[in-house]
Design a protein around this ligand. Structure first.
Ligand SMILES: C[S@@+](CC[C@H](N)C(=O)[O-])C[C@H]1O[C@@H](n2cnc3c(N)ncnc32)[C@H](O)[C@@H]1O
Length: 212
């Protein structure tokens, strides 16, 4: 059972960037939300929002939805991203798997980003991990044909599991080269944090082969 969308804390909407799940019905109507027909990219687990800030600034012709489950980080992201004045951004406090499952219409997003997902190293917590086999099926359903799935991690064991899950979904996705200096490999809070700590980072992107 996937946890449902949480309303913003206190029920108060603080920013025009926020999507109030109590005021809209799934699936999200992208054109209605953004007021245009630009392609939409989604980041699950956006944390404090650094990737979204850069992406929205660099690509005003793309719309971005950030999804964050933890209230503390969600509020930081709302505050920081509201200050940017970018109009091509929206944020939702929700569980990423639930958003893929219910809130995104099939074949309606151009890219899905998941950067530095929580590894939950203790075995009894593994069920909290966002990377699991059904994630790939949900991602494939939400992406447009040829759409991309971008991922990064610093974590050895979890990284191995992520690669195994991706390898098992090669009927749906094919790997694409993603050079270190590619302009769309943007910084995230955790990328910078782990880089500073001297950890090896693994970045990869995949293309959806065709609509499942
Ligand atoms: C390690 S942080 C990485 C944040 C950001 N992506 C970065 O690279 O700086 C992982 C984030 O994912 C969020 N998260 C974990 N599981 C989630 C889920 N199922 N749905 C939405 N967010 C989730 C956590 O609350 C946390 O903010």
């Amino acid at each position: 059972m996937i946890a449902s969308v949480q309303p913003p804390e206190g029920g108060q909407l603080l920013s025009p960037l926020e999507i109030d799940p109590t005021q809209v019905d799934p699936p999200l109507d992208w054109a209605g939300l953004f007021g245009n027909e630009q392609p939409v990219e989604v980041e699950l687990g956006c944390g404090k929002g650094m990737f979204l800030r850069e992406a929205a600034r660099l690509h005003p012709d793309v719309n971005y939805l950030g999804v964050e489950r933890a209230s503390k980080y969600y509020r930081v992201a709302v505050s920081r991203l509201t200050k940017t004045g970018s109009t091509n951004l929206r944020l939702m406090r929700a569980d990423g798997l639930d958003v893929l499952d219910r809130w995104i219409a099939p074949g309606s997003i151009a890219r899905l980003h998941i950067y530095f997902p929580d590894p939950w190293p203790k075995k009894r917590h593994h069920k909290r991990r966002i990377f699991r086999p059904e994630l790939m099926e949900l991602a494939a359903r939400c992406l447009v044909p040829g759409g991309e799935f971008c991922v990064a991690t610093d974590h050895g064991d979890y990284g191995t599991l992520i690669r195994e899950i991706l390898a098992a979904s090669m009927d749906l996705f094919e790997p694409r080269a993603w050079p270190e200096d590619a302009p769309d490999r943007l910084p995230t809070n955790y990328a910078l944090k782990w880089e500073r700590a001297g950890r090896a980072l693994w970045w990869a992107r995949y293309r959806l082969r065709s609509a499942p």
